[in-house]
Design a protein. Structure first.
Length: 587
């Protein structure tokens, strides 16, 4: 047996002919539509009893099975009966073999559906083993980046492209129900990828990192992608930073939940500005860390949580990392991008009536990221009552609380023993790099949050907390002045989106009532939002976020606060030309 670790360089040359001759006709032809479970059962020609007769010494545990490819595929499909399709391709020569141990893939899958195959080891020459499981059976999400498996086959460009089309990180094709399955495959792939946790495999790649990589090496591209503001912190905050740099206390730990004088100031702010009077406060290293603390405190692996699409991508990633990726409930928002509370009510009541495990947590972002829509108080209160009635936590991310606009609903908060509020200094005070956020939570949750805080960060940077304390002294009026100045920038970007509005109507562009975003639908002929973003970047020199990163393919997100007025003006001109090209079908 040769290790797959030695194969990448060798297979690029030695496998070229094998790929194109043995596999081309079978795997370059797009597969037929996925059969139903009953159709799959009907077509199986090898029964479980027949398969049992093939077992050496009456069992397959630890044995090496050398069956012709077609016979092996039929036998494995028959063994489970529930697997819709299994395609197994290998050449007939067993002397140059690469071993794959697919151990206990799933108690219901084709490898061990009826207990006949508790462990299977196949000798696969030149390593072509691809499994297509019926998503109706498994219903789960795909372990990310299985496309790495086909890296050894890059001697055929079409073959690799076809496999990557099937095995992309967003495809809900395969669900591995046992950690051991993916790990055993990856162990044989040293030199191509390392074995990492299944939770990380199932976590989306951060789209901001993808955008940064897209921009790397490119000149004269203006980014309206990342959700930041263009102004620096207030003078009071910078003065606190200079003082903190000279203070020996800045090099020490502080209390896990934050500097006492900062926490006291935050409690006063919450009472005066947010009408939150019964909540405890914990300072965190940004709002994302606050949300991660909450997720780890509330959810066990396998618990269900709900996000409305389009969602904030880092919220999804935090939930995926808990091991609950398969249990996420992701209903769409309403047409105006408000949360669909009727869908939430149906989900909660259906689970309650069926005696199923209830949702553990519902997350709202107010105002919305990526939608740029302010959620009115009556909607927040209705969501809170629904969650309370069913014993579900409501988590509200208020990162953009200060970004409210004239003529629009003001920002409001709700409070309760089942409600957690998240806040941030990053956006309003221009403190993105200082990494300070905070939680307002029911006191009973404190001991659990302290465990997480002490393990993850111990305490936020003392110097950063002093900067935040200085920012609070500048006050909300300082922020309002700068938010008011965004009106012209927002108008420039809205005008740049006129081609979409003229072609599709005003409902094509949502947002602008809160936060710093506009969320836009692309024309029907340009639903590949990633391709649209790439075209805008490469041909027009302006970068935005694809909606697929937020669970809404065929849309894009734009930020109108991250550049100064003159740079935004130039970006808007480029964007308008690019959007016209998209409407005209140039994508």
């Amino acid at each position: 047996m040769r290790s797959l670790g030695r194969t990448y360089a060798e297979y690029t040359s030695s496998s070229r002919e094998l790929i194109t001759t043995t596999c081309a006709s079978a795997l370059l032809t797009p597969p037929a539509p996925m059969p139903t479970i009953s159709q799959s059962r009907a077509r199986c020609s090898v029964s479980s009893s027949q398969l049992a007769q093939k077992r050496p010494s009456g069992k397959l545990e630890g044995a090496r099975v050398l069956l012709p490819a077609a016979e092996a595929a039929a036998a494995l499909v028959a063994a489970g009966g529930d697997a819709a399709d299994l395609v197994l391709r290998c050449c007939e020569d067993p002397t140059d073999a690469v071993g794959f141990s697919l151990r206990r893939c799933c108690q219901r899958c084709c490898c061990c559906g009826d207990g006949l195959l508790p462990s299977l080891s196949l000798s696969l020459p030149n390593a072509f083993c691809f499994f297509f499981f019926n998503p109706l059976l498994f219903g789960g999400s795909f372990c990310n980046n299985l496309s790495q498996l086909v890296a050894i086959a890059d001697g055929s460009r079409r073959y690799v492209s076809y496999c990557k089309l099937l095995f992309n990180s967003n495809s809900p094709l395969v669900r591995f129900a046992d950690d051991g399955c993916m790990r055993s495959v990856l162990r044989h792939m040293s030199g191509i990828t390392s074995t990492v946790s299944r939770r990380v495999q199932q976590t989306d790649t951060p789209c901001i990192v993808t955008m940064q990589q897209m921009l790397r090496g490119k000149e004269d591209v203006i980014s309206l992608a990342q959700g930041i503001v263009h102004w620096p912190p207030p003078a009071e905050a910078l003065a606190s930073a200079r003082a903190a740099a000279d203070s020996p206390n800045s090099s020490l730990y502080c209390a896990d939940d934050g500097l006492p004088h900062l926490r006291d100031a935050l409690k006063r702010k919450l009472a005066q500005e947010n009408a939150l009077t019964a909540s405890e406060v914990m300072v965190t290293a940004g709002a994302n860390q606050a949300f991660t603390n909450v997720v780890l405190a509330l959810l066990d692996a396998g618990d269900s949580a709900l996000l409305f699409r389009p969602y904030y991508f880092n919220h999804l990633m935090a939930l995926q990392m808990t091991g609950s990726a398969r249990e996420l409930v992701l209903p769409p928002s309403l047409g105006d991008m408000q949360p669909d509370l009727s869908a939430l009510r149906t989900e909660l009541e259906t689970r309650a009536a069926a005696g199923d495990r209830q949702l553990r947590m519902v997350t709202l972002v107010n105002p919305g990221n990526p939608t740029g829509v302010m959620v009115p108080l009556e909607t927040l209160e209705a969501a809170s009552e629904l969650c309370k009635a069913h014993g579900v936590w409501l988590v509200v991310d208020n990162t953009y609380e200060h970004f409210e606009y004239e003529g629009e609903a003001p920002h409001r908060c709700v409070e309760g023993e089942h409600v957690i509020n998240i806040f941030s200094f990053s956006k309003a005070f221009g403190m993105m790099g200082w990494r300070v956020g905070y939680l307002a939570f029911p006191p009973a949750l404190g001991p659990s949050l302290f465990k997480l805080q002490d393990t993850i960060v111990i305490c936020p940077s003392v110097a950063s907390q002093e900067v935040a304390f200085g920012a609070l002294s500048a006050g909300r009026g300082w922020v309002k002045e700068r938010v008011r100045g965004l009106a012209e920038q927002k108008a420039l970007v809205l005008e740049a989106l006129e081609p979409l509005i003229k072609a599709m109507g005003p409902e094509a562009v949502q947002g602008g009532s809160g936060a710093i975003y506009l969320f836009c639908k692309l024309p029907d002929h340009a639903q590949d939002d990633v391709a649209a973003v790439k075209m805008l970047t490469e041909k027009f020199g302006v970068c935005i976020i694809p909606g697929s990163a937020c669970g809404m393919p065929g849309h894009v997100r734009l930020c109108y606060a991250n550049k100064d007025l003159e740079t935004t003006r130039e970006a808007a001109q480029r964007l308008k030309r690019g959007m016209q090209a998209i409407v005209d079908g140039d994508v």
